[in-house]
Each structure stands twice: as structure tokens, then as C-alpha cells.
Design a protein around this ligand. Structure first.
Ligand SMILES: C[S@@+](CC[C@H](N)C(=O)[O-])C[C@H]1O[C@@H](n2cnc3c(N)ncnc32)[C@H](O)[C@@H]1O
Length: 266
């Protein structure tokens, strides 16, 4: 058990994400999305309602729009935006989330696939990628997503990004090592001990989770990485867009937060 820890390395050989797309993991993650006790995987419904109201008022001016929701999760935003008269497509590679979205929103258009590869279609008024998910891709993949989103928008259409501030990624990468136990949770249905350790390198926070099964002691390692960008780097990433506007939050409220909003117009 300890050998793996003793010989662990800080930086993995390639970019790592938690396995959102693995069926059992996605089933457990869906429970986190649905929880109204915290804002970890998705924000609570009361806050999502405020986000959707802001998007409707500020970005769509209440005009019917074609919307592409990248990393739509269980479809909380797409379902609400469709109810306001918009036509929405959601793409996500979590099988449990897409199954839930289809079940809760019959007639909705939900695609199970990776936003790095799935066909986006074209002619959208709005393409959105929220809750800091852009930061969970390598710089190369983030650029690829931005290029694909640009191609999917109609002229004048907007890319809505909710991204992390650089100092949040810095703090994430400097969090002290910690541990917790669970009777069952995100990492397993059975009881486990989870040891967490973070590193910061080249503007990236690297978080490792070493999960030990209470019964038998088998260890499973998960790693997730987040890339930080300065405001200028975000502007450079969106250099092909005509106009790039920054907003303090998805509710419009100016409050100290780890995330902020960028709307880039094609
Ligand atoms: C933090 S959750 C946010 C979900 C949703 N946007 C919300 O706010 O309720 C990030 C989502 O991105 C999805 N995701 C991550 N990488 C992806 C990829 N390469 N392709 C498709 N979906 C991805 C995950 O499955 C997850 O549902």
C-alpha cells in the first residue's frame, strides 16, 4: 500500500481529468450534481435559476435563440433555457448525466460524446461552457474547443465561458495535503479512505486522490488538473472573436468569487 505513495510523482506524463465518462463514476457523480446540499458538481437549483435569468436578460435579450451547452451535465441549464423558448443542444460524455437529462427532458436534444470530438453543428446564437470546465482541459484542448465553438456560432453569436481566476488555480495547487473517510461517496459505493495531495507547476494545479478501500485495502488513484490563465491570456485565447467582454459572475452580482464570466462575440 505504502510503496505506491512512496514512489508517487507530482506531475503525470499526460493531462488528467477525473473519469466523468466512466459509467459507475458518472452514476455516483450524478448524485453530486443532484444534491441540494452543496454546489460541488452543479450549482444548487436556486442559483441555476438566477444564472438562467441573467443569460436570458443579458445575453439573449429574451429573443429565441439556438443554444449549444458544452459539458451540459444533467441538463439543468438546457432544460430551463428550452422552457424559455430557446432551442438547445447539450453535449456531455457522462452516460449517467445524459441518461438523466433525456429522462427529465423528453424531446430535449442531448448528445453523449466528448466535446473534443463530437459534431457541434453550426448556426448557434450562443455556445456555453460553464462552471470552470474550460480550465479542466489542457491549453491545447482548450484552444481546440474555442476554435470549434467559434466555427459553430453564427456571425454575431456569442461564446459564454465561466472560467476560473488565475489566483484560484494557484490556491488549488497549493492546498495542504488532507484526508477523509466516507461510508460511500464519489469514489466508491463502499467505505474508503481518501488521501489528497496537490501540486502547482507551469500555471497548472494538479490534484491527486489516493482512494483506499476499507475492505481489502485496494488502492485506486485519481488525478485532476486545472490550467490557470491571466485575463490577457484569456483574451489571447479568444483572439479570433470580434469583441470580448468580462462580467463578474453568471448572476451579474459583483462578489468575491473563484469564477468569472467571459462573453466573446463572433
Ligand atoms: C462541473 S460539471 C458542470 C455540468 C453543467 N454544466 C452544470 O453546470 O450543471 C462539468 C461537466 O463537463 C463534462 N465534461 C468534462 N469533460 C468533457 C468532455 N471532454 N466532453 C464532454 N463533457 C465533458 C462532465 O461530464 C460534467 O458533466
Amino acid at each position: 500500500m505504502f510503496n505506491t505513495l512512496l514512489h508517487r510523482s507530482a506531475r503525470p506524463a499526460s493531462w488528467q481529468k477525473i473519469p466523468w465518462d466512466e459509467p459507475d463514476f458518472s452514476r455516483r457523480m450524478l448524485a453530486e450534481h443532484l444534491s441540494q446540499a452543496h454546489d460541488a458538481a452543479s450549482r444548487r437549483f436556486s442559483l441555476i435559476d438566477q444564472h438562467v435569468a441573467w443569460i436570458q436578460r443579458k445575453l439573449l435579450q429574451a429573443q429565441p435563440a439556438r443554444i449549444l451547452d458544452l459539458g451540459c451535465g444533467p441538463g439543468f441549464y438546457s432544460k430551463r433555457l428550452t422552457a424559455l423558448g430557446h432551442s438547445c443542444t447539450g453535449i456531455d460524455f457522462s452516460p449517467a448525466s445524459i441518461a438523466y437529462a433525456r429522462e427529465q427532458h423528453p424531446g430535449g436534444n442531448y448528445v453523449l460524446g466528448s466535446i473534443l470530438e463530437a459534431d457541434y453543428g453550426e448556426g448557434y446564437d450562443l455556445v456555453m461552457l460553464i462552471f470552470g470546465e474550460l480550465n479542466a482541459f489542457s491549453a491545447e484542448d482548450a484552444e481546440r474547443i474555442v476554435v470549434r465553438a467559434h466555427a459553430a456560432l453564427k456571425p454575431g453569436g456569442r461564446l459564454l465561458l465561466e472560467v476560473h481566476r488565475h489566483d484560484f488555480i494557484y490556491r488549488l495547487g497549493h492546498e495542504p495535503a488532507s484526508w477523509h473517510t466516507a461510508q460511500g461517496g464519489l469514489f466508491s459505493d463502499a467505505p474508503y479512505l481518501c488521501l489528497t495531495e496537490a501540486f502547482y507547476e507551469d500555471d497548472c494545479a494538479i490534484s491527486h486522490y489516493y482512494v483506499y478501500a476499507a475492505e481489502g485495502g485496494a488502492m485506486q488513484q485519481y488525478t485532476t488538473m486545472h490550467r490557470g490563465y491571466t485575463d490577457d491570456e484569456y483574451r489571447r485565447l479568444l483572439g479570433t472573436f470580434q469583441r470580448v467582454l468580462f462580467y463578474p459572475s453568471l448572476t451579474g452580482a459583483v462578489e468575491p468569487a473563484d469564477l468569472f464570466v467571459i462573453a466573446a462575440e463572433k
